[in-house]
Design a protein around this ligand. Sequence first.
Ligand SMILES: [Zn+2]
Length: 296
Amino acid sequence: MFEVRTACILRYHNRSKPDGRLRCGEDQELSRRILLCSVDGMRPDAIEAAGAPLFSRLIQEGSATLEAQTVMPSCTLPCHTSMLRGVDTARHGITSNQFQPLVRPVPSLLDLARGAGLRTGAFYNWEPLRDLADPGSVSVSYCWGDCHSHDADQHVADAAIDSFRRQDLQATFLYFGWVDEAGHKYGWMSEPYLEAVRGADACLTRVLEELEALGRLDELTLLLLSDHGGHARTHGTDSPEDITIPWILWGDGIRPGVRITESVRIYDTCVTLSHLLGLAARPEWDGQVIESGLIA
Ligand SMILES: [Zn+2]
């Protein structure tokens, strides 16, 4: 297991603040990298129930809330659209898992990052997520065509690891879909569901260990979250089990050991991560920077 290095946090703390702007250009070089990891359907209380070692550690060592809120309907595509495009459902208009073109397009976090010249990546195993960035916005994209087993999550992790070895991706979206599938198949909080959570934990562990081996972990900021929770064998309602999600910041620029008490919504993700990258948030985005978790 990789070692935490607080030196990186101190280094960020002591250097002059970024001015909040970057000049656009090809392959902009930044010291900081962001990794947005979505574990589909992972309830906050599943982390402790599963005994997921990495996810538990990220909560302890990072700034986290286990009471963040997703949007309605609490379904995968509407929630991920809010996560990556920074607005509530009423604004983006994606109200089911059936994709339709946005009536009023909203730029995504990956659009912003690539537009600023950052190298971007997207690795996932639920195919409709291909629409979370505009054509031309993803430097490396990988989709494994099903998420019906732990193996499918492993394929995603393998692809991300392979790409990290080939190039220094600076803004990456990583998605594991088996937890949600296990919830539908066996029931939320069932033992097979919790086993799937441990599987996602192991996959992300491998990715972070690779980044450490590549010498990039010190300057990584990770946001681990889910798109929605679930109950029985379904989700989509406004029940607390469905709409409450974990939202866990960890790494460079993040205060260690903080329990975030302010209200966090899934569409705070874009403004917070763009702030961490030193990029101006798009004016279309809703949400707020969750400053209590950040080193000022
Ligand atoms: Zn989902």
